[in-house]
Design a protein around this ligand. Structure first.
Ligand SMILES: [Zn+2]
Length: 567
């Protein structure tokens, strides 16, 4: 029996110190399965930890196809971090007891970065929190502009809304549910009381009349800082000064390109309860058709396991018409490297409350009936013990005087799964990560034989095959971008042996996978050539008893070898 494994926490969000100790503890508890490495340091100098998970008894992580998972590139999206820890724990715990996980760790590897942005998360988890989009480096403003800055002014650990009675305010109480504010009529000039709604925060340089809400000093969005389709801040807010200008993103990009065995990648975010894929700024017609089919077939398994719909950022996740999302991780890893990449947006409070947003993940926030607000309010009251919507309570504000604090707790309840359902929410996504590992290409020796020819010469014949579902190149895009090497075979001969014909080092082509099989009622009736197999032949001259060894390798399909003793 292996030593007990420390459980992953699902009743609180671990801060950096606890996260570090947890990962190091797991590495000590399962040294054969887990290595924790630092892929770089954050702006404030925190190590960015990556868990390398594989069964080292069957080969090093780099010699096997691998799935990449990162989380918490965005500071407050801590459900993603919990999901990444769930994945690592599931792999370690299931190695011996779960057949699929055992196979995945024997023949594949996982690279899991549970907290790509440790600085921003640490701020979000502080006793008196501050919420930033990504990291804490001031950009593009060098110093803070005057105005209202979001902060936890009453020090209760939450950042809510402030409401102030104001004759020009846009809001008024709902007639039957007065704590819910609804828009004042467009033609409504008198009546009231009316309210102004503001973020909870403190004011600098307040003149008593004008309340500006300036952009955050921490204006970076790390998930706009990747090298593909990067655009400057004027086109893409938060993009940074140039692609990979941020140390966290430079570390991630370097870690990925240093690991050419990665075949699929998932970036864990919140929220929306949806699985997103590229492109951010191009329609689906721009994909090589085979890649689009592969993308969607793999995502179909996520839909089955998690209940989350699958969607394209371009077609279903635009913030404004004709405003595209650029410089994101999944776009980069697919377009530059030909690796299938997704973005998982965990948790949908609307779905939990019985509000159907359909595929309007962003649009719903801009336009929905007040009945949806009431359903959400009832859900907060009845299922969340009132923790979702906080009823207004008086507060003496240092600059504004008497105000009321309350409203939706956006970070703790809307954009992250509550603790009592956190584990159930993330668990199926770990199953999908295992599935993504198991569909990778995998090289195997089908046969390696020798046949005597004449006078101490032998004909050697090696047949190598891809036993995986994906082709060895993984995607058509990888070939288009020249991002992937072919299958390579090396023949090693013992002392006294020499090659008569054939090459000691042979470069072959890519091998297909099983992904083309969809239905017998398809083109070619589902018939398939054996294009997942390839044969290499040599003639060698060697004394009896010579040991010859053939090794086939492919960066995305692993390594395999076979040995023969010549008669
Ligand atoms: Zn995000």
């Amino acid at each position: 029996m292996p030593a007990p494994l420390t459980p992953a926490p699902f009743d609180h969000w671990p801060r950096y110190q606890e996260l570090t100790e947890l990962l190091q503890g797991w590495a000590a508890e399962r040294p054969q399965l887990l290595t924790v490495v630092s892929i770089g340091r954050s702006h404030e100098g925190r190590d960015i930890w990556m868990c390398e998970v594989t069964d080292q008894a069957t080969g090093a992580a780099g010699d096997k196809p691998a799935v990449w998972v990162d989380a918490n590139i965005h500071a407050t999206e801590v459900t993603g971090g919990a999901a990444a820890l769930h994945l690592v724990h599931t792999l370690l715990a299931g190695h011996e007891s779960d057949e699929r996980i055992g196979r995945a760790l024997d023949g594949r590897s996982f690279y899991v970065v549970p907290r790509l942005n440790p600085d921003g998360v640490e701020l979000a988890l502080a006793d008196v929190p501050r919420y930033v989009r990504s990291g804490v480096r001031p950009w593009p403003l060098p110093t803070e502009l005057p105005g209202l800055h979001s902060s936890d002014v009453d020090g209760d650990g939450r950042i809510l809304s402030m409401r102030i009675q104001d004759e020009t305010g846009s809001w008024k109480p709902h007639p039957e549910h007065p704590r819910l504010l609804v828009p004042r009529g467009a033609d409504e000039e008198a009546g009231g009381p009316y309210y102004r709604l503001l973020p909870e925060g403190h004011l600098t340089d307040y003149d008593g009349d004008i309340i500006k809400v300036p952009p955050s000093l921490a204006g970076l969005d790390f998930n706009r800082n990747f090298p593909y389709d990067w655009r400057p801040h004027s086109d893409q807010e938060g993009a940074g000064a140039y692609p990979t200008s941020e140390p966290e993103i430079r570390a991630a990009v370097q870690a990925v390109v240093d690991r050419p065995n990665i075949t699929c990648a998932v970036s864990y975010h919140t929220f929306g309860g949806v699985l997103l894929r590229p492109y951010g700024a191009r329609p689906d017609d721009d994909f090589p058709p085979a890649d689009l089919r592969a993308y969607d077939r793999m995502a179909d398994e996520a839909v089955r396991l998690t209940g989350y719909p699958r969607a394209s950022v371009y077609h279903h996740f635009q913030y404004e018409p004709k405003t595209w999302m650029r410089g994101a991780f999944d776009d980069w890893i697919y377009e530059h490297l030909g690796v299938f990449g997704w973005t998982t947006e965990f948790w949908s409070p609307m779905r939990a409350a019985g509000v159907d947003v359909g595929m309007r993940f962003i649009d719903w926030w801009k336009d929905h009936p007040i009945e949806d607000d009431l359903k959400m309010l009832a859900w907060s009251d009845n299922e969340m013990g009132g923790r979702g919507f906080i009823d207004w309570y008086p507060f003496q504000h240092p600059q504004l005087g008497p105000v009321e604090l309350g409203g939706w707790d956006e970070v703790n309840v809307l954009s992250n799964a509550p603790f009592d359902r956190l584990e159930a929410e993330v668990a199926p996504h770990s199953d999908w990560a295992v599935y993504l590992a198991l569909v990778s290409p995998r090289l195997a020796v089908r046969s390696f034989t020798a046949e005597p020819v004449a006078g101490g010469t032998h004909r050697l014949r090696l047949v190598v095959q891809n036993t995986g579902w994906l082709p060895t190149n993984v995607s058509k895009k990888a070939i288009e971008q020249k991002a992937v090497r072919p299958v390579e075979v090396d023949l090693e001969l013992g002392d006294g042996a020499q090659l008569v014909s054939g090459l000691a080092h042979t470069e072959l082509d890519q091998l297909t996978g099983r992904g083309g099989a969809i239905s017998m009622l398809g083109w070619d009736a589902g018939h398939e050539p054996s294009s997942e197999r390839v044969r290499v032949e040599w003639v060698v001259e060697a004394p009896a008893g010579t040991v010859v060894r053939a090794t086939a390798q492919h960066p995305r399909a692993g390594v395999c070898s076979a040995e023969l003793t010549l008669a």
